[in-house]
Design a protein around this ligand. Structure first.
Ligand code: AMP
Length: 515
C-alpha cells in the first residue's frame, strides 16, 4: 500500500481535524492537506512529467510544506529524497546527482544554494511559499498512484560521520511497519496528539510524521524551523499533548534552559541517534518527569531496532533501574536481533559483538551501490556496524561503533563505558573518549572534556569504577566537541584533531591542556 493512502484514510475519517501546526497555531486540517497533496502530485506528474519511481528531493529547513511535499511525492508514486538542510552545497550536489532527482523542493533560504550547486540532472526547483509552489497548488488533482509494498518511498542519505553519504532505500513496507511499531511500542498516538518537529525533518523527526498522519495527529513545525529552547518551552505551554523526537544534546539543552513550562503538557520525548548518558537521563527525568522513551535505529532500519519504553525509564523502583537506563532497551517485536563476533558466532547474551538485525523495517539496500549493499546486508541480516551486548532479559547495551573501539595493550576498551564514568564528575559537561596511536600500547585512552575538572579527581573516579587499564592517560579540555548536524559527536574529526595536536606538541606534555 502507498504511504499516502494513510493520509487519505485519515482525511476521509477526520477531515476537520488539524493536520499541520505552525508554532502555536493550527494551519491546515486533514481534508485540506489531502486536497493540496493531490494537486501537487498532479503537478509533479503532469507539469513536470515525472513517472513512477522518479526521485524528488527536498532540501528545506523545517516548514509545514515539508509534510505536503512528501505526501504529494508518495501520492504521485514517486520517491522522496529529503536531504539535510545544513549540508554544504557540494554535499547537496552529491545527493542531488547521486539520487538523480529531477525536481527539488526547497525552502526560501536554500533556493540559491541549490541553484548554485544543481547538477545537470536537476530540471526544476520549486520553492516553498514562492510563486513556483503556488503554481503547483493550482494544478488539477490526480488520483493516488498504486504502489507495491517493496517499491521505494524514501532515499535516506546516511548522516555521514565518515565518508560520502549512502542512500538507504526505504520502501513503503519499511516505513509502514516502522510507523506501526512506533504506535505500538514507543508512543500510543491518538487523534489530536501533536508532534513537534524541532529536529530536522529530513531525518528521524520527519520519519515520525508517518505515525502521526496515520493516527490523525498534528505535525507541528516551530516558527523558527529549528531547535530553540525558549520557543520549545513556549510551545510546550501552548500545546497540551505534545511529543517530540530529540537528540540527547537537545534534551540536555532543554534541561539546562532557565525557563518555565508545564511538563504535564508533554506526552513523550523520544531520544535516539546518539548515547544519552545516565547522569543526563537522571537530570532530564528530574526536570520533566517520566516522559522519556529511547529508540535505537539507523537509516538502514529507520528508528526501529530496539526501544527502551517510557515505563522502563520511569521505573525507579526496579532493582536494575540504573543499569537499564544505560541500555538501549529491547528489540522491537518486529525485529530479529543477534550479536555476532568476528568468527560469526552468535552470542545470545553476555558477550559483545556486532549488532545485526532483520525484519520488515530493514532497507532494501543502498541506492546504486552494490558493494556497500552487499557489505551491509549479508546472510539476510543488516550488519549495523555497532557493537553491543545483550543481557539475560534481552536488554541491549550499545558499546560503540566498531571503528571507535579502542584496543590498548590487546584489551578492548569501549569509550562509552569510560565516558559514563567521567560524566559523573559535576564539572564535566560533555566528554568524548578516543584512542590515540601509541608505540607501546597500540592505542592509549584519551578523554576530550568540555567543562572544568581536576585530572586527579577524574582519575580517582575511574579507578573507583572501572579497570585501571581503561582510565584515560590524557585529558584534553576543549570548549565544544565536534558534532554533525544531528548532534552526533564526530569521533573521526576528534581523532584527526588529536593527531594534529600531538604532532604539534613535541615533546609531549603530560598535564591537562586546553586547546
Ligand atoms: P543514523 O543512520 O544517522 O540515524 O545513525 C545511526 C547510528 O546512530 C547507529 O548506528 C548508532 O551508532 C547511533 N545510535 C542510534 N540510536 C542510538 C541510541 N539510542 N544510543 C546510542 N547510539 C545510537
Amino acid at each position: 500500500m502507498n504511504l499516502a493512502q494513510h493520509l487519505h484514510n485519515t482525511a476521509r475519517n477526520y477531515p476537520y481535524r488539524a493536520a499541520i501546526g505552525f508554532g502555536a497555531v493550527n494551519v491546515l486540517d486533514y481534508g485540506a492537506l489531502a486536497e493540496r497533496v493531490a494537486r501537487i502530485a498532479g503537478a509533479l506528474r503532469e507539469q513536470f512529467g515525472l513517472a513512477e519511481g522518479d526521485r524528488v528531493a527536498i532540501v528545506a529547513s523545517n516548514t509545514p510544506d515539508y509534510v505536503t511535499a512528501l505526501y504529494a511525492i508518495w501520492h504521485a508514486g514517486l520517491v522522496g529524497v529529503p536531504a539535510n538542510a545544513k549540508l554544504h552545497g557540494a554535499e547537496l550536489n552529491f545527493i542531488l546527482e547521486n539520487s538523480g532527482a529531477r525536481v527539488c523542493f526547497a525552502s526560501t533560504d536554500l533556493a540559491s544554494v541549490i541553484e548554485a550547486h544543481a547538477p545537470p540532472s536537476l530540471e526544476h526547483i520549486a520553492v516553498f511559499g514562492g510563486r513556483s509552489f503556488d503554481n503547483l497548488l493550482a494544478a488539477e488533482p490526480v488520483a493516488l498512484v498504486e504502489r507495491a509494498p517493496d517499491d521505494l518511498a524514501w532515499l535516506f542519505y546516511t548522516s555521514g560521520t565518515t565518508g560520502r553519504p549512502k542512500g538507504a532505500m526505504l520502501t513503503h513496507r519499511n516505513l509502514t511497519v516502522m510507523a506501526l511499531a512506533y504506535i505500538e511500542e514507543v508512543d500510543r498516538t491518538a487523534p489530536g496528539d501533536a508532534l513537534l518537529h524541532a529536529a530536522p525533518m529530513s531525518h528521524g523527526s520527519g520519519l515520525y510524521m508517518i505515525p502521526y498522519v496515520m493516527r490523525a495527529g498534528i505535525n507541528v513545525v516551530p516558527e523558527s524551523g529549528g531547535f530553540h529552547a525558549d520557543e520549545i518551552f513556549h510551545l510546550i505551554e501552548a500545546r497540551p499533548r505534545l511529543s517530540m523526537f530529540a537528540a540527547p544534546t537537545m534534551i540536555n539543552r532543554l534541561v539546562d534552559y532557565d525557563g518555565d513550562c508545564d511538563p504535564a503538557h508533554l506526552r513523550t520525548i523520544v531520544w535516539g541517534g546518539a548515547p544519552m548518558y545516565v547522569e543526563d537521563t537522571l537530570r532530564a527525568l528530574d526536570r520533566f518527569g517520566p516522559r522519556f522513551a529511547q529508540i535505537y535505529g539507523q537509516g538502514e532500519s529507520p528508528m526501529t531496532i530496539t526501544v527502551l519504553p517510557k515505563s522502563d525509564i520511569a521505573d525507579r523502583r526496579h532493582p536494575r533501574w540504573h543499569e537499564r537506563l544505560q541500555s538501549a532497551g529491547r528489540a522491537f517485536s518486529c525485529i530479529e536481533l543477534v550479536i555476532k563476533n568476528e568468527r560469526g558466532l552468535a552470542f545470545p547474551q553476555g558477550e559483545p559483538g556486532e549488532i545485526m538485525c532483520r525484519g520488515e523495517t530493514v532497507m532494501a539496500g543502498y541506492w546504486q551501490n552494490e558493494e556497500a549493499s552487499a557489505a551491509a546486508l549479508r546472510d539476510g541480516f543488516l550488519h549495523t556496524g555497532d557493537i553491543g551486548v545483550l543481557d539475560k532479559e534481552g536488554y541491549l547495551f550499545l558499546m560503540d561503533r566498531s571503528k571507535d573501539l579502542i584496543i590498548s595493550g590487546g584489551a578492548n576498551i569501549y569509550p562509552r563505558e569510560v565516558e559514563e564514568v567521567l560524566l559523573r564528575h559535576p564539572g564535566v559537561r560533555e566528554v568524548s573518549v578516543i584512542g590515540r596511536p601509541d608505540r607501546e600500547w597500540g592505542e592509549i585512552v584519551v578523554a576530550y572534556v568540555v567543562g572544568e575538572a581536576d585530572r586527579a579527581d577524574l582519575d580517582a573516579l575511574c579507578l573507583n569504577a572501572i579497570a585501571r587499564f581503561k582510565r584515560p592517560r590524557d585529558y584534553v579540555f576543549i570548549d565544544a566537541l565536534p558534532k554533525n548536524n544531528y548532534g552526533k559527536v564526530l569521533k573521526t574529526d576528534l581523532r584527526s584533531r588529536d593527531a594534529a595536536r600531538n604532532a604539534a606538541l613535541a615533546p609531549r606534555t603530560a598535564g591537562p591542556a586546553r586547546e
